[in-house]
Write a protein that binds this ligand. Structure first.
Ligand code: AP5
Length: 220
């Protein structure tokens, strides 16, 4: 399956993507994680991305599309993938369509995670991310690590992401409404959007997502 996951910052895209990718046996491709890995390796791409991410703005399309394309062309993504955080505006969505068309492929579904603003703000404020791997995510109240400040998966140090400050989160939410939400309408015209409620326990949201994807698959 080829799936795009969309939703506001803190809706639980990364949390759900990890689980769904495992269940569906496809790689989880997160442009945010790819940028953060470049930042920790101090690559040129990482240095460029950091200034945009710290301010809560989108990294320019040209570098983002090239990075996403390169990752989607890796052998493990031949049979499908789950995109998390890409595309994030209409021009990225058009670029993805073009890339897929060239390869004779298409998306199967766009899974839209809905969560109210006050909830995503709470989720982000309590989120702790692993310095070794930003896909390892915890929450001080909702999913605390066994040992405070230490990643259960790899023992890495847990920290508050630089772009999780209150002020930057406000900008990220505004960017989401103005630049990312329009892709939902873009994909609605292609009949691909499946919207689910992202509230409730993580396991319940995963079950809801799998059921919605199955329904979508059965209808096609
Ligand atoms: P990115 O890393 O994609 O961040 P985001 O979209 O803002 O999403 P988040 O990672 O903040 O949240 P999430 O929805 O994954 O939630 P999570 O699962 O962690 O992007 C960061 C930046 O990179 C962007 O601002 C931009 O600068 C740049 N960038 C990335 N992609 C780009 C692109 N395509 N183009 C241009 N720039 C790009 O969950 C949040 C918390 O809630 C966690 O603590 C979790 O434990 C908890 N939680 C999750 N689910 C539940 C639940 N059901 N109940 C209770 N708690 C829960």
């Amino acid at each position: 399956m080829r799936i795009v996951l969309v939703g506001p910052p803190g809706a639980g895209k990364g949390t759900q993507a990890t689980r769904l990718a495992e269940k569906l046996n496809i790689p989880h491709i997160s442009t945010g994680d790819l940028f953060r890995a470049n930042i920790s390796r101090q690559t040129e791409l990482g240095k460029l991305a950091k200034s945009y991410m710290d301010a809560g703005n989108l990294v320019p399309d040209e570098v983002t599309i090239a990075m996403a394309k390169d990752r989607m062309e890796q052998p493990d993504a031949e049979g499908g993938f789950l995109l998390d955080g890409f595309p994030r505006n209409v021009s990225q969505a058009e670029a993805l369509d073009e890339l897929l068309n060239t390869e004779g492929m298409q998306l199967d579904a766009v899974l839209d995670l809905e969560a109210p603003e006050e909830e995503v703000v709470k989720r982000i404020a309590g989120r702790r991310t692993c310095r070794n791997n930003s896909a390892h995510v915890f929450h001080v109240t909702y999913s605390p690590p066994k040992k405070e400040g230490v990643c259960d998966v790899c023992g890495g140090e847990l920290y508050l992401r630089g772009d999780d400050s209150e002020e930057t989160v406000r900008t990220r939410l505004e960017v989401y409404h103005t630049q990312t939400e329009p892709i939902i309408d873009y994909y609605k015209t292609q009949g691909l959007v499946v919207t689910i409620e992202a509230m409730g326990p993580v396991d319940e949201v995963t079950a809801r997502a799998l059921a919605a994807l199955k329904r979508e698959g059965d209808e096609k």
